[in-house]
Design a protein around this ligand. Structure first.
Ligand SMILES: C[S@@+](CC[C@H](N)C(=O)[O-])C[C@H]1O[C@@H](n2cnc3c(N)ncnc32)[C@H](O)[C@@H]1O
Length: 239
């Protein structure tokens, strides 16, 4: 899907009460779709969109692979409200529930063939400095890694055999720690990476960010005189 097509779908999606899709949403979709198009014809699979926000990833994936069963969940009421409205507008029948990570899926004893996790953490040192990362982005710990760690631990119990997970790691968290941890449990493959500019009120905090980078809490690159963070997207299966 071209950027134009992506933007066209985005323009038809309501995110009044939920997280506004970002460059991370776009690179997740484009890298996941590339992998799935390479695999055998994807059908009759159970696909979970964890931390679905306004439902954009489910809507995009459903357009490409309609002959599958889609599930979505989010902890945030606004996300549930918006995604239900968006699914209706796109005539999609999606199994959607409120859930703190896997809690609801555990109660329902559900397992999936593909799990797309978009609950990406941000270091609390950054969220304290800017309101750009709104409340939809988890920011409980200084490494911004605790929720991803829970996802990685619990996803094993929700995967069918040969199941696959997709998840992003952002440089606004301790990406080295996250990667080391993921590598211990899963066979992981980097499938996409994209740089995005730091929010305006962090651009002039170079010394503060450099100190965090030195302490391995976050990472960034300087390009064209500006600070850029990045999102890496991984695909993984069980060892
Ligand atoms: C980065 S947003 C991504 C939303 C959507 N996938 C997109 O691309 O626009 C992360 C989502 O995770 C949800 N979230 C945060 N903490 C969560 C948790 N503990 N359990 C479930 N969802 C959570 C947020 O409400 C938010 O909608």
């Amino acid at each position: 899907m071209s950027l134009k097509e992506y933007k066209n779908i985005l323009s038809k999606i309501n995110f009044k009460n939920s997280f506004k899709p970002t460059e991370t949403s776009r690179v997740m979709y484009s890298s996941i779709i590339k992998e799935l198009l390479n695999s055998d014809n994807l059908k009759k699979k159970k696909i979970l969109d964890l931390g679905c926000g306004c439902g954009i990833l489910t809507i995009l994936l459903n357009q490409k692979f309609p002959n599958n069963t889609f599930y979505a969940s989010d902890l945030d009421e606004g996300a549930l409200l918006d995604s239900k409205e968006n699914f209706d507008n796109f005539n999609l029948n999606i199994n959607i529930y409120k859930s703190n990570i896997f809690d609801e899926w555990l109660k329902r004893k559900e397992k999936f063939d593909l799990i797309i996790n978009d609950i990406s953490g941000v270091s609390s040192y950054l969220t304290e400095e800017t309101d750009w990362f709104n409340n939809s982005i988890p920011s409980e710990d200084k490494d911004g890694f605790e929720l991803l760690k829970r996802f990685l631990n619990d996803s094993k119990n929700h995967l069918n055999s040969n199941g696959v997970i997709f998840f992003p790691i952002l440089s606004v968290s301790n990406h080295k720690k996250a990667l080391d941890y993921a590598n211990k449990i899963f066979n992981i493959k980097l499938i996409g990476k994209s740089f995005w500019p730091a929010p305006i009120n962090l651009q002039n905090k170079f010394d503060y960010l450099s100190k965090l980078r030195k302490d391995n809490i976050i990472d960034f690159e300087e390009k064209f005189g500006s600070i850029f963070f990045w999102t890496s997207v991984y695909m993984a299966n069980q060892k």
